[in-house]
Ligand binder design. Structure first.
Ligand SMILES: Cc1cc2nc3c(=O)[nH]c(=O)nc-3n(C[C@H](O)[C@H](O)[C@H](O)COP(=O)(O)OP(=O)(O)OC[C@H]3O[C@@H](n4cnc5c(N)ncnc54)[C@H](O)[C@@H]3O)c2cc1C
Length: 427
C-alpha cells in the first residue's frame, strides 16, 4: 500500500534483507464468500485468521501491501512482557483485581508466541534473554522499585528485578541510573516471525490476498469488504490494519494516533557483546524512547528520535545516528547498513483498543508494545467471534477514549502533546 507507509524504506530494512522466502500471493479478483474476512496481514490479522481457521471457520484475509510489511515486520523486535501502562498505573485506574486480570492476560502473549514459534517451527532468531528498561534520571529508580514491588506483591508477577547503576553497567555499555530487568523478555526477527505466522495461516486454509486494499466496509446483513477488484462477503469482519487503515472505519480509527518512528542497523560489530553483555533487549524510559538490541549476525539494531512532521526524514540513518551515538559514544562513525521507519499506533490511555461494533471486530493501538501483544489480540478476536468473549471483554471494557477531534484533529493536537513531553525529557 502506498499512503501512510510510503517513504519509510521497508525495502532497505535489515529485516527485508534477511527475510525468509515468501511466495507472493495473488490479489483478490471477483466476489467470494467466507465465514470471516480479515483486513490486515500483520500479526493481529494473521493470528486472528490462523486461530479462527484452526477452529473450523473459512477465512479470507485482505492485505493492502505485502504480508508483514506493516509494523509487524519492521519493528524493533523487542519482546516486552505486559502492557504499555505500568502496574502502578493499572492498579490506580482499575483497582487491583481488574488490573491483575488485565496484566495476566497480556502476559499470556509471551507463551503464546513461544508456542506458535515452536509448533510451526518458525525460524525467527528468538532470544529469551530478557528485557531491560533503563533509567535515564536518578529519580527514576525509586519509581522502578515501586513498580517492581507492585508487580511482585499486587500483581503476582515476580520475574522482574531492579538493577542499580553499577549492575546495569555490567549489562549495557552506557550511562544509566539503574533499570528494571524483566527476565521473560527478549527479542526476535519480527518479519520472519510474521511470515512464519503467515505460512501457518496458509497451511490452516486461510485464503490470503496481497495488494488488495480494502476500500469499503458495508455492514447491512452480514459484512462485505470491497477492494478495487473484488469483494468478500462474510458473517464477521476483523479490522487489523492498525496505523495503516486510512479511513476504512473512521469511528474506530479515531481512537488511535499513528506516530512515525525510525530504526537503523549498523554494520556487523567486531565485539557486539561489549555493548550488551547478555544480549538483552533494552529500551530507556524517555517519553520518546531509545530502544536497541543485537541482531543474530552481531549488528546493533537501534530505534530512536522524535519527529513531529508526518513526512519521513530524507536521510533516516543521519536522523537516527545522533541518538545512537548519544547512547553508545564508542560507535561514533560506525557504518549504518540499514535504515527504515514505521508507524506506531498509540492510544490516549496506552492500552490497546479492542472491541466490536456489531459484526465488525477490531484490535489495534498497542502503543509501542504490539510485537507480541498483537498475536494475543488476534487470538482474542478469534475467540470472541467463536462466542467466547470473556477474555476479549476484559480489554473491550477498558477501551481508550477517542482523540479529541477524531481522525481530522488528532494529528495537530498530538504533536503539541508530544512536544511537551519531549521538552520534559530534555529538562
Ligand atoms: C518502528 C517500529 C518499532 C516498533 N518496535 C516495537 C518493539 O520493539 N516491540 C513491540 O512490542 N512493539 C513494537 N512496535 C509496535 C508493533 O510493531 C505493532 O504494535 C504491531 O506490529 C501491530 O501489529 P498489527 O498486525 O496490528 O499491525 P501491522 O503489522 O501494521 O499490520 C497491519 C496491516 O494491515 C494492512 N492494512 C491496513 N489497512 C488496510 C486496508 N484498508 N486494506 C488492506 N490491508 C490493510 C497494512 O498494509 C499492514 O500490513 C514497533 C512499531 C514500529 C512501527
Amino acid at each position: 500500500m502506498a499512503g501512510f507507509n510510503a517513504g519509510l524504506g521497508m525495502a532497505r530494512s535489515y529485516y527485508a534483507a534477511t527475510a525468509h522466502p515468501w511466495p507472493g500471493l495473488p490479489s483478490l479478483a471477483g466476489e467470494i464468500e467466507a465465514d470471516m474476512v480479515v483486513v490486515g496481514g500483520g500479526c493481529t490479522g494473521l493470528s486472528a485468521a490462523l486461530h479462527a481457521a484452526e477452529s473450523g471457520a473459512s477465512v479470507a484475509l485482505l492485505e493492502g501491501g505485502k504480508v508483514g510489511w506493516g509494523a509487524s515486520g519492521r519493528n524493533g523486535g523487542q519482546i516486552i512482557p505486559g502492557l504499555r501502562k505500568g502496574a502502578l498505573e493499572l492498579v490506580k485506574a482499575y483497582g487491583p483485581g481488574r488490573a491483575r486480570a488485565l496484566l495476566h492476560l497480556a502476559l499470556e502473549a509471551r507463551n503464546l508466541v513461544g508456542d506458535l514459534i515452536e509448533r510451526h517451527a518458525i525460524d525467527c532468531d528468538l532470544k529469551a534473554t530478557g528485557h531491560l528498561l533503563a533509567a535515564v534520571r536518578p529519580s527514576d529508580l525509586e519509581g522502578m522499585e515501586e513498580e517492581a514491588e507492585c508487580l511482585a506483591t499486587v500483581m503476582g508477577y515476580g520475574d522482574v528485578e531492579v538493577l542499580s547503576a553499577a549492575e546495569i553497567r555490567q549489562e549495557v555499555d552506557s550511562e544509566y541510573h539503574g533499570g528494571l530487568l524483566d527476565r521473560r523478555g527478549g527479542h526476535l526477527h519480527p518479519l520472519n516471525y510474521t511470515l512464519g505466522l503467515g505460512n501457518a495461516a496458509l497451511a490452516a486454509g486461510v485464503a490470503i490476498f496481497e495488494h488488495s486494499v480494502a476500500i469499503r466496509l458495508e455492514t447491512a446483513g452480514g459484512v462485505r469488504v470491497a477492494t478495487n477488484a473484488g469483494a468478500v462477503r462474510a458473517k464477521r469482519a476483523v479490522l487489523a490494519g492498525d496505523a495503516l487503515m486510512e479511513g476504512l472505519a473512521p469511528n474506530v480509527e479515531g481512537r488511535i494516533m499513528p506516530v512515525a518512528n525510525y530504526v537503523v542497523a549498523t554494520a556487523p560489530l567486531a565485539d557486539p557483546r561489549a555493548l550488551i553483555a547478555r544480549d538483552l533487549a533494552v529500551s530507556d524510559n524517555r517519553f520518546v524512547v531509545n530502544y536497541y538490541r543485537l541482531t543474530a549476525d552481531g549488528r546493533l539494531l537501534f530505534g530512536g528520535g522524535e519527529r513531529y512532521t508526518p513526512d519521513p526524514p530524507r536521510d533516516i540513518a543521519g536522523f537516527v545516528r545522533p541518538y545512537l551515538e548519544g547512547v553508545f559514544p564508542r560507535l561514533r562513525g560506525t557504518p549504518i547498513d540499514h535504515a527504515w521507519g514505521g508507524l506506531v499506533s498509540i492510544t490516549r490511555t496506552r492500552l490497546p483498543h479492542v472491541g466490536r461494533r456489531g459484526d465488525v471486530f477490531f484490535a489495534h493501538g498497542y502503543s509501542g508494545m504490539g510485537a507480541i501483544l498483537s498475536t494475543l489480540a488476534g487470538k482474542l478476536l478469534a475467540e470472541a467471534i467463536a462466542g467466547e468473549d470473556d477474555r476479549f471483554d476484559l480489554f473491550a471494557d477498558v477501551a481508550p477514549p477517542p482523540f479529541p477531534g477524531g481522525v481530522a484533529l488528532r494529528g495537530p493536537l498530538h504533536v503539541l502533546g508530544m512536544l511537551w513531553y519531549a521538552l520534559r525529557d530534555r529538562l
